[in-house]
Design a protein around this ligand. Structure first.
Ligand SMILES: [Mn+2]
Length: 351
């Protein structure tokens, strides 16, 4: 059966197929995206499985010039301690992102109508040399930030947040941070190596990249080495919200407290997919039971609306462990939620 079967009869039935496309592109899209702003193509014009699998099927561009926000892939897994595979994260998440539409039914956000957004492709990093890889990430982020563009990083494992925060510090000074994760990632080293996916926030603190009295870590849990595992953050003023403190609860009140505390400070959002329970996000390197639910993850991101967000990342998705594509689909949706709460994102309706 052809899709043309579904074209309504009457006046429309006399149109040619190309004028149908024009009709649908003008009228079916409910977003008010102005001409010149990018947005995902309407699926009545270009079927969602079609086209190049860029992030949300947005145009791929080389530079962040004239963009308000950009997606940038960081295909890195050299710093992983257990299951590898996050180097395929950007590719897997982009592939599943093809399903996601332009308007947020839950919140009324219509991000493409006010933000100019594109996919910057992937950072060309050295997969054989971690210090060179993080240098490439820092350089690319410095370039993006110099254009006043807000980067949404598609990981990659959590090592990437270290050079990102270096670039954030260069641009904004020490930043506040909302960090969703099962792990605190404040190890001083792993096997004696200073840069790995368990060390990014130790390094960031040592180098003055974080406004440590305005760092919140949400969802920490699991087996550990001992009772002092989270001591480094606590000693530096981090607020730590273990997963157990989130069980059975809405996180809206927590986010209200966090917004009150952070105020208008520049804030970075780092979302490790393993902050969520492995029932929802099994395709990750170091899964821990008893994690946050998907609605709780969404409450955290939606609760960032109104904050001065200067960048976000979504890390630790490992597509080789993604039997169904569901973890990548979840990650793509969370990145859409992040886009919806960036400063300047327009809302058409109240939830
Ligand atoms: Mn992490």
């Amino acid at each position: 059966m052809s899709w043309l079967t579904f074209i309504p009869r009457g006046r429309l039935a006399t149109r040619t197929s190309s004028s149908y496309c024009k009709f649908f592109s003008r009228n079916i899209s409910r977003s008010s995206t102005p001409p010149g702003n990018n947005q995902p193509p309407n699926s009545n014009v270009l079927p969602r499985p079609a086209g190049i699998a860029s992030m949300f099927r947005l145009p791929v561009v080389e530079h962040a010039t004239d963009l308000d926000a950009c997606f940038v892939g960081i295909p890195m897994d050299s710093g992983t301690s257990y299951r590898p595979g996050t180097r395929f994260g950007p590719r897997g998440i982009r592939c599943e992102s093809a399903f996601i539409r332009s308007y947020n039914m839950g919140t009324g956000a219509d991000p493409y109508s006010s933000l100019r957004v594109a996919d910057l492709g992937d950072i060309r990093l050295n997969t054989y040399n971690i210090p060179k890889a993080v240098e490439a990430i820092r350089e690319k982020y410095s370039e993006i930030l110099s254009e006043d563009c807000i980067p949404l990083g598609i990981g990659g494992e959590h090592t990437i947040s270290y050079p990102i925060l270096q670039a954030m510090k260069d641009r904004h000074g020490p930043v506040a941070m909302i960090h969703v994760d099962a792990h605190d990632d404040t190890e001083p080293d792993m096997c004696g190596e200073p840069i790995a996916h368990g060390t990014p926030f130790f390094r960031a603190v040592q180098e003055g990249c974080l406004d440590t009295n305005n760092v919140v870590q949400i969802g920490l849990r699991g087996s550990g080495g001992g009772p002092d595992d989270w001591k480094f953050g606590r000693d530096h003023g981090f607020r730590i919200v273990p997963a157990e403190d989130c069980w059975y609860k809405s996180l809206k009140p927590l986010m209200a407290e966090i917004r009150e505390q952070i105020g208008d400070r520049p804030v970075y959002l780092s979302f490790d997919i393993d902050g969520l329970d492995p029932a929802f996000a099994p395709a990750t390197g170091t899964p821990e039971i008893g994690g946050l639910t998907v609605p709780q993850g969404m409450e955290i991101i939606r609760g960032c609306r109104g904050l001065n967000i200067v960048g976000c990342d979504l890390v630790e998705v490992s597509p080789p462990y993604d039997q169904t594509g569901n973890t990548c689909l979840l990650a793509a949706n969370l990145l859409f939620e992040m886009l919806c709460v960036l400063p300047g994102a327009k809302y058409l309706a109240k939830p």
